[in-house]
Design a protein around this ligand. Structure first.
Ligand code: NAI
Ligand code: MG
Length: 338
């Protein structure tokens, strides 16, 4: 009943927060059997390759990975590792929940899940320049694409997520009034799929710019948001801002054969090795991972432990205004779960 899973410590604060999360998951009794593999600068140092074949093979075998932040090497022609992983494993859904954990900030009681299409749109664009006279780059051209099949797949994922997680409403976010083809196809597919969920999950739609304003003025009207790649990238950082920034923002990249769970923040080189990093974003990512493998019971226990430790007992790292280091917070969480 062990579940094999790939563990990528990553760079900078990665190994510190990954170790902390593994300790807490052990105390929780999580069923994962970790296969530790390298990626990022750690892998470059080891083998010269930021994404070694054996790491890819491991994920192919387990179909499940928990990943620390990676420093994408600058120069040397390396492609973004995160983008490579998305394409390699066809991780079509990017799940970004934003929930208020610490109250008394700018917004209280935020609970929004944003689901972003991860493979198409403008991020799969064919880009090029056209010359005018002596200027070889006088005109920049980008042609993105969305396929009906992918739009249906991502919207279906959003509705299935809503059903499984007791969510009431899915909002389709688009710009079909201007990008009539590129995002019209998404809106059309959205309402088509929504019919299958009639009476179970409500559906509505918003134009992306209006949605951005509404998210600031009245974010509580939103439940699950599903949208195309570029809009999703922008709005997912917006909703992270509603709940206090990236320090507690988890993310998941999900496909049919594999899923990779991570914190949204980077490798934080400025505090790496100091033992003060906040492991909560990655811990919340592992909570999504538990739910993903059908252990909602453990995910809920973990959530209770986080609430009790961080909210009730106010044991917080410095980025959240507290004084705890990574060790203190980790031990408190383990104690609570023991
Ligand atoms: P960053 O997220 O690493 O750091 C931004 C600020 O937030 C820093 O002041 C940092 O100390 C703080 N911070 C981030 N995570 C924290 C945590 N868990 N606890 C306490 N403080 C935290 O963003 P930055 O500096 O732009 O990127 C650093 C490196 O990370 C770059 O090489 C970038 O490419 C990479 N990166 C990787 C990502 C991934 O693998 N998913 C995502 C974003 C960036
Ligand atoms: Mg982004």
């Amino acid at each position: 009943d062990k579940i094999p899973a790939t563990l990528i410590p990553g760079d900078g604060i990665g190994p510190e927060i990954v170790d902390a999360v593994v300790e807490v998951l052990d105390a929780l009794g999580a069923p994962f059997e970790w296969d530790r593999q390298l990626a990022g600068m750690a892998a470059v140092a080891d083998s010269g390759d930021p994404l070694p074949l054996r790491t890819l093979d491991s994920i192919r075998r387990t179909g499940l990975a928990l990943k620390g932040p990676l420093t994408t090497p600058v120069g040397g022609g390396f492609k973004s590792i995160n983008v490579t992983l998305r394409q390699e494993f066809e991780l079509y859904a990017n799940l970004r929940p934003a929930r208020t954990l610490i109250h008394g900030q700018r917004y209280d009681d935020i609970d929004i899940v944003l689901i972003r299409e991860n493979l198409e749109g403008f991020y799969a664009a064919m880009e090029h320049y056209l010359p005018i006279g002596h200027d070889p780059k006088a005109i920049a051209i980008s042609s993105g694409f969305n396929t009906r099949a992918e739009c249906q797949r991502i919207v279906r994922y959003a509705f299935e997520y809503a059903v499984k997680n007791g969510r009431k409403k899915v909002t389709l976010v688009h710009k079909a009034n201007i990008l009539k083809a590129l995002t019209g196809i998404f809106l059309e597919a959205g309402y088509q799929i929504a019919k299958e969920y009639e009476g179970r999950v409500e559906v509505n739609d918003r134009i992306v710019d209006a949605c951005a304003m509404q998210l600031v003025l009245d974010p509580w009207q939103y439940d699950v948001i599903v949208t195309t790649n570029l809009f999703g990238d922008i709005l997912s950082d917006l909703i992270a801002g509603l709940v206090g920034g990236l320090g507690m923002a988890p993310g998941a990249n999900i496909g049919t054969d594999a899923a990779i769970f991570e914190a949204v923040h980077g490798s934080a080189p400025d505090i790496a090795g100091k033992g003060v990093a906040n492991p909560l974003a990655l811990l919340l990512a592992s909570e999504i991972m538990l739910a993903h493998v059908g252990r909602k019971d453990l995910a809920d226990r973990l959530e209770d432990a986080i609430n009790d430790t961080v909210l009730t007992r106010s044991i917080r790292t410095r980025d959240l205004g507290g004084t705890a280091d990574t060790r203190t917070l980790t031990d408190a969480l383990k104690q609570r779960l023991a």
